[in-house]
Design a protein around this ligand. Structure first.
Ligand code: ATP
Ligand code: MG
Length: 318
């Protein structure tokens, strides 16, 4: 459904997207995971014909994004990172305007709008002006609009950025419903790990380059060690070391890095270890990201900790 070959985008001296290639299958959800400035939005803009590539080619539903841009536009829907509704219009009129732009036949417009609005549960407020909506309602309306003309591929750029966890979950139910009920192919970007984890396949992008593409499960398996966490009591450290484990200590906890947690547990139970609390931590996509890039994604996304570190650095320089 999407085929990308050596795509490059340069802005003056910045290479925002640096020679990326990948494919997305029909009906698949593909998550583009990367920190701020990685090149996610730039890639989406090229694939949706809003920005010409500096080099390389791509096809969407078999159509070339440069030579057949009109055809590409007909079969895609876009949900932008930046809000793009007309706040002064009602929910209904926002969708009507979109339907007219996409030349949805006049007779079909009203039923299509009604269906899209009920899908995101906004039918009751369809005649309200959008600037009275909450952030979550606006996002739902944007999803309804992106899907109104029944695209084959839906591009979603950070669809849940800035929403609370509960609203994020609701939005994902709608998005996954589109995939399940209509077989729409999803191409989405996010820097929430747990959202990327829901995708069929994930591409990790860093400094404009794709550094890994695979299913979340396979990615985790590849870096693949589990950690067993035990309390450091009654000579536990000595006991687990005697069993041959690789141990690191933080506070009153022992971290055992193991290939297979089931085998390791059996071994621990046989040893002279006192177990009054135990946790098994499986690798997460965050671990994969750190392993591949040497940095945590949250650091670069402007976490309070990172902002504080930056402030200290600036102060020192002065
Ligand atoms: N129109 C532009 N002109 C100049 N530089 C740009 C332009 N658009 C993007 N860039 C640069 O290209 C790089 C990639 O930006 P992009 O918006 O694609 O990142 P992103 O992965 O979407 O980040 P975020 O998670 O913050 O949305 C950045 O260094 C950015 O500053
Ligand atoms: Mg972006």
């Amino acid at each position: 459904m999407i085929e990308v070959n050596g795509l490059v985008k340069k802005f003056d001296d910045v290479t925002a997207v640096d020679n990326i290639s990948f494919k997305v299958r029909e009906g698949e959800s593909f998550g583009f995971l990367g920190p701020n400035g990685a090149g996610k939005t730039t890639t989406i803009k090229m694939l949706t014909t809003l920005l010409p590539p500096t080099k390389g080619t791509a096809k969407v539903h078999g159509y070339d994004i440069i030579k057949q841009s009109d055809k590409v536009r007909e079969c895609i829907g876009i949900i932008f990172q930046e809000p793009s509704l007309d706040e002064r219009l009602t929910a209904y009129d926002n969708l009507y305007f979109h339907a007219a732009l996409y030349r949805v036949p006049r007779k079909e417009i009203k039923p299509k709008i009604d269906k899209a609005l009920s899908m995101v549960e906004l039918k009751k407020v369809k005649n309200k002006v959008v600037n009275t909506f909450s952030g979550g309602m606006k996002r739902r309306l944007e999803i309804a609009r992106g899907f109104l003309h029944m695209p084959k591929v839906l591009f979603l750029d950070e669809p849940t950025l800035g929403l609370d966890p509960q609203t994020r979950r609701v939005i994902w139910e709608y998005i996954n419903g589109l995939k399940k009920d209509f077989g729409v192919t999803l191409f989405l970007t996010t820097h929430y790990m747990e959202e990327a984890e829901e995708s069929d396949r994930v591409g990790i992008i860093h400094n404009g380059k794709i550094i890994s593409i695979d299913s979340p499960d396979n990615m985790k398996k590849r870096i693949g060690k589990d950690t067993i966490i035990l309390f450091d009591r009654d000579g536990n450290e000595r006991a687990v070391r005697a069993l041959g484990f690789d141990v690191t200590k933080t506070g009153d906890k022992l971290h055992l890095i193991v290939d297979n947690s089931e085998d390791a547990l059996r071994k621990i139970l046989k040893g002279d270890v006192s177990i009054d609390g135990l946790a098994i931590k499986r690798p997460t996509l965050e671990d994969v990201f750190i392993e591949l890039t040497g940095t945590a994604i949250a650091d670069e996304a402007g976490s309070p900790m990172e902002l504080m570190k930056q402030a200290v650095r600036i102060k020192r320089r002065r």
